[in-house]
Ligand binder design. Structure first.
Ligand code: FES
Length: 345
């Protein structure tokens, strides 16, 4: 059984929740497979834009997010690329070992917290499998007539999915940096000249996806850039210290983990979130239906509108501006600085 539903406000409209078939499987690089997913009855799938991802519900509690890396104009199939993560938590191994051509898998989404905003120029930076959301972004930037460059690093040339395709199609716009041949990506040089243009749509935006050390260097190098110029997507949660680095507790050492009241505005209920317990778990235990996936603040599934209260943001999804607005929160990890939160639930 499958369903296509209207997404929450702020998401990309329709989302899907149901079984899809693996229509094709191919090796894209060492330890990377691409899967082409189609509806079993050949139905059209919800539309998506570059930066979107879907959940694969793999059984035994394994739910993993993968960026869509095919052509958004193709409404009959979705394509993902999955790296077999050495020492991973089992999701990528399950995909590699069980999702052969003809297999079926439950898929939810798409959702997009890494959308490509209008700009005159783009600097794309990808590390390893972080190329997946960037791939359709390069096509969109090209189609829009924007200036763009891609700096793409990986362990070895053979491990870099889509590298040859990108280099063939876009030539000098693409700089491939296999680590065993050329060392690490030189972000200091690549991001040395901030574009001071503050106007939306006319300046340069930097999109970066890859392992945590790469994202941290990009964030460091972009401190001299205008706020909001850098957009990142994480595979894993950033540390609480980092995600909360501007927070100063005034109430004691453990104030960020203390109890608070959460009021559900639409259902007129009030619940107490205990110390060390998430808002999501509190709602779940009280029988309040909420969508969630990663439970670690990286996928954006549990994003919830906030009506009142000062959010203690602990996620790895929202930008600094989105956090400052206080309009939404990831209820799987984020908490409250005060005694009360009012949510649009
Ligand atoms: Fe993934 Fe909350 S469930 S961000």
């Amino acid at each position: 059984m499958s369903s296509v539903t209207e997404g929450a406000e702020g998401t990309q409209g329709r989302t899907y929740d149901g079984t899809l078939l693996v229509a094709a499987r191919a090796e894209a690089a060492t330890d990377v497979v691409t899967l082409t997913l189609r509806h079993p009855a050949g139905r059209e799938l919800p539309g998506w834009e570059p930066g979107a991802h879907v959940d694969l519900v793999l059984g035994d509690g394994l739910i993993r997010q993968y960026s869509l890396c095919g052509d958004p104009a193709d409404r009959t199939s979705w394509r993902i690329a999955v790296l077999r993560a050495p020492g991973g938590r089992g999701g990528s191994a399950r995909v590699h070992d069980t999702l052969a051509e003809g297999a079926s898998v439950r898929v939810r989404g798409p959702r997009n917290h890494f959308a490509l905003r209008p700009a005159a120029r783009y600097v794309f930076i990808a590390g390893g499998i972080g190329i997946t959301p960037i791939l359709p972004m390069t096509a969109a930037a090209e189609a829009a007539g924007a200036e763009w460059t891609l700096l793409y690093g990986g362990r070895t040339r053979d491990s870099m999915a889509f590298a040859a395709q990108l280099a063939d199609r876009y030539g000098e716009k693409v700089r491939l940096v296999p680590q065993d041949e050329a060392g690490l990506l030189d972000l200091a040089a690549h991001l040395a000249e901030p574009d001071p243009e503050p106007e939306p749509g006319t300046g340069t935006l930097v999109y970066c996806c890859g392992p945590e050390p790469l994202l941290r260097v990009a964030e460091e190098r972009c401190r001299a850039w205008p706020p909001g110029a850098l957009r990142t997507e994480r595979f894993q949660p950033r540390s609480v210290d980092e995600s909360n680095e501007t927070d100063e507790s005034e109430d004691g050492d453990d104030a960020n983990s203390g109890a608070f009241e959460v009021i559900l505005d639409r259902s007129r209920r009030s619940l107490t979130v205990k110390p060390g317990q998430s808002v999501l778990r509190t709602l779940d235990e009280a029988g309040v239906p909420v969508l969630y996936s990663c439970e670690e603040g990286t996928c954006g599934t549990c994003e919830t509108d906030v009506i009142e209260g000062e959010v203690d943001h602990r996620d790895s999804v929202l930008t600094d501006e989105e956090r400052a607005s206080g309009e939404t929160m990831m209820i799987c990890v984020s908490r409250c600085h005060g005694p009360k939160l009012v949510l649009d639930l």
